[in-house]
Design a protein around this ligand. Sequence first.
Ligand code: PLP
Length: 444
Amino acid sequence: MPTLSPSPASESAPAADASSLTTAPTPPATSSVIATYEQYVVPSYARSIVLVRGKGSYAWDENGKRYLDFGGGIAVSSLGHAHPAMVKALTEQAQTLIHVSNLYYHPWQGKLAEKLVKNVAAPAAAGAGKVFFCNSGAEANEMLYKAARKFGNTQPLAETGTPPATGTRFEVITANNSFHGRTVAGIAATGQDKIKKGFEPIIDGFRHVPFHDLAAIEAAISDKTAAVLIESIQGESGIHPVSADYLLGLRDLCNKHNILLVMDAVQCGMFRTGCFLGYHRILEGHPRASEFYADGISMAKSLGGGFPIGAVWLSDRIANLFQPGTHGTTYGGTPLACAVALAVMDTIESEGLAASIRRIGDGLKACILNDRDLMGNVFSEVRGFGGLLGLELKNRTTAQVVPALREKGLLVIPSGETAIRLLPPLNINEREAQEALGILRFLL
Ligand code: PLP
């Protein structure tokens, strides 16, 4: 049961000026930091404040203003800022061995892979699986596309029984409104036109279908199809979870047609929902839960808690498709990245943070849903789980609300144009959740 209860204003949230919450506040005076960005940095992001320091769930700007960071570096800072376990792992490993190439072994990559394999906890049908390390979510997804092509080049569709001619079975089906990264293949996989605009021609090999619609996927399957790629909780278009029945139906469909089912867990994985993977949380308690498995899973974001690292888990059936010379990346799974990610995973385990974010995040969700003022006036829906919540705005846009909340000391992330995301560290406490709730109430 949630122990959080709504409170209008916390100590750290000064009295509200309601009028300032419907219009964007005045941007900060241009500092020298901003001036150097403007002169030297490619203007591919819309930035706001200058952050100079962080501790736990808080970050401070260059003027000393404190923010409760419920953006978490966009679902990255799983232990908050400057967590001692991360600092220790970073400093100790930096003094020992920062980088070696993948032509050599080192003590941490195998250990981290083992930890991920154990947490994926795939059923016997998939086998325990194996892990490949890379540096980002988009790059992790690239390996899934390559896995689909390798698989498609050797495996027949179930109906025909004969292997296809090389290069003819390569298509990946993804969902409308999905997000899979910004590489050339990533934007092709992503089911959002605005991400592709200006980068035409979009590469061949991806087909989009309505989200959460099994019939649409079945209708899209052809002798070109090699895989279906799905986020169990769509992160960039408002936090939309799929249902357990959809996941199980998808597995059945992929089995029937001998197609890979690969999952993008970049945002919804790594305990953000209170379970290791978004689909673990969605399937919980379903009588057929143990029948579900993925053939591949991409991970990044919270994996390194802020240190860049990505990973791909592949089921036993396809892991060995990648032999020496077939795939690689210079920085994949360095001693430093793996030592830090292990420290993050160990801390989540030893401090019981999966259960904690589940209790506090679900509690915060319940409090928002039970707050008649907020639900009547500000939000129309609250979606997601634990530390991955999407708040659908009523009659307001993220362009208005995100800067307004920032002005009041709460950092949140837009998700599409009409929803905000709460992506707090997994180790937030109740007081911080309460504080966030108090600041959200300034929107009234
Ligand atoms: N997949 C999903 C679901 C994401 O949310 C993101 C990033 O937001 C990516 C892939 C791309 O990850 P990265 O930005 O690390 O390349």
